[in-house]
Ligand binder design. Structure first.
Ligand SMILES: *Cc1c(COP(=O)(O)O)cnc(C)c1O
Length: 393
């Protein structure tokens, strides 16, 4: 029988042996981080000039299997610049899932563009590509070499899939739809560093990928982000406009565009280099913790532990429980019991299309899956160190 108390007890049991308040996702900082950050401090190069930025970019590019990485101040800035580079401009519309973190839609707004909200599916918690294909066929009109939203008359300029909690969207299917309408794809891979789609790293599966290294993400640089791309011209442009569009010169301050001061400081990159070294171990530990949760909830029929789609290997950035419709109204009781017990849990985000600044934006009429997921999803503690070694056996 389902009861909120039982759900709380199962989570508590999986996490037994840990002490204090357990956050959703805490950074793991060890000696190596301190060593590299101290080295950076000693060098005096703490700002955007210094060897750690280039090193971090190279190591991340190798990890992702992409040609270029440009490190920036945060994931939102990475998305903003990626959208600009993809050609998104004033009064364009950009397809984004309504089930996402606010940054996805904010970045669209920073370009002077308008988010156009679409539905997700229950397999990946990300963009429903089949539904999107039918929808685009319905609303798009080819006019003067551009795909126009026939209802608003505005150009649709890009698609931004987001890999929710680390679970990859079906990118092959999405790329086919995007290609049909010549729409560039920018991956919001902020949550999915280390997740694989058919063996390939998320963030590397489209024109540009945006990654976040905020304190709660799988690895952190304090605050930080990165743009990943295989396109050499775009990478050069990304580096240029995130460095105030300064024309390289030994002394002259010459700028050829309105650029941004978005480059990642060396100090943050030093932390990132140490974190990247440890990431493979984080990924292993996180998958073990996810497996423990999965087993612990395997006997429940009204609540299940959300697992990766079969085409993917997820990083399980934030573990999630999915409640059955019949008990969805008891989710908040579980939230309250767990938080009272020192186990941090959170409901999924409020759907973006309902927020005051976005509620007049275009949206798919049928957002039923997102609306259902909004009521049924809950995140549970996910830090890689939570599964104690002694609990391994
Ligand atoms: C964290 C996150 C971002 C933005 O990252 P910041 O580094 O916090 O700016 C963007 N999109 C999604 C889905 C995120 O979870």
């Amino acid at each position: 029988m389902f009861s909120p108390e039982k759900v709380e007890a199962i989570i508590r049991d999986v996490l037994a042996g840990n002490e204090g308040f357990l956050s959703l996702h805490e950074p793991t900082i060890a000696a190596r981080e301190k060593e590299l950050v101290n080295d950076c401090l000693d060098s005096g190069f703490v700002s955007s000039v210094g060897q750690y930025v280039a090193l971090f970019e190279q190591q991340l590019a190798d990890f992702l299997g992409v040609r270029h990485v440009v490190a920036v101040v945060n994931g939102t800035a990475a998305l903003h610049v990626s959208l600009l580079l993809a050609g998104v401009g004033k009064s364009d519309e950009v397809i984004v899932p309504t089930l996402s973190f606010i940054a996805t839609a904010n970045a669209v707004s920073y370009c002077g563009a308008i988010p156009h909200f679409v539905d997700s599916n229950e397999l990946s918690l990300g963009l429903d590509t089949a539904k999107l294909e039918g929808y685009l066929a319905d609303i798009l009109l080819f006019d003067a070499g551009r795909w126009i939203n026939r209802k608003t008359g505005r150009r649709v300029a890009a698609i931004v899939p987001m890999h929710t909690f680390g679970h990859p969207v079906d990118m092959d299917a999405l790329n086919i739809v995007a290609k049909k309408y010549c729409l560039p794809v920018v991956e919001d891979a902020a949550e999915s560093l280390g997740s694989r789609y058919k063996g390939m790293m998320t963030g590397s599966l489209s024109l540009l990928g945006a990654i976040s290294f905020n304190g709660n993400k799988i690895i952190t640089t304090g605050g930080g982000g990165a743009i990943a791309t295989n396109d050499t011209v775009l990478a050069r442009h990304a580096r240029h406009i995130t460095t105030t569009a300064k024309v390289p010169h030994r002394w002259a301050f010459n700028h050829d565009a309105v650029g941004f001061n978005y480059r990642m400081p060396n100090l943050n990159a030093a932390l990132g280099c140490a974190q990247l070294e440890r990431m493979p171990a984080f990924l292993v530990d996180k998958r073990k913790l996810a497996e423990r949760y999965r087993q612990a909830f395997a006997g429940e029929d009204k609540v299940r532990f959300f697992t990766e789609p079969d085409y993917a290997e997820s990083n399980y950035w934030l573990n999630a429980l999915l409640f059955d419709e019949s008990v969805a109204d008891q989710r908040d009781e579980v939230l309250s019991l767990t938080n009272d017990a020192g186990l941090m849990t959170r409901p999924v985000w409020v759907l973006l299309h309902t927020l005051p600044m976005f509620k007049t934006c275009p949206a798919m009429e049928d957002l039923s899956v997102s609306k259902s997921l909004e009521k049924r999803l809950m995140n549970i503690p996910s830090s890689p160190f939570l599964l104690r070694q002694d609990a391994d056996a």
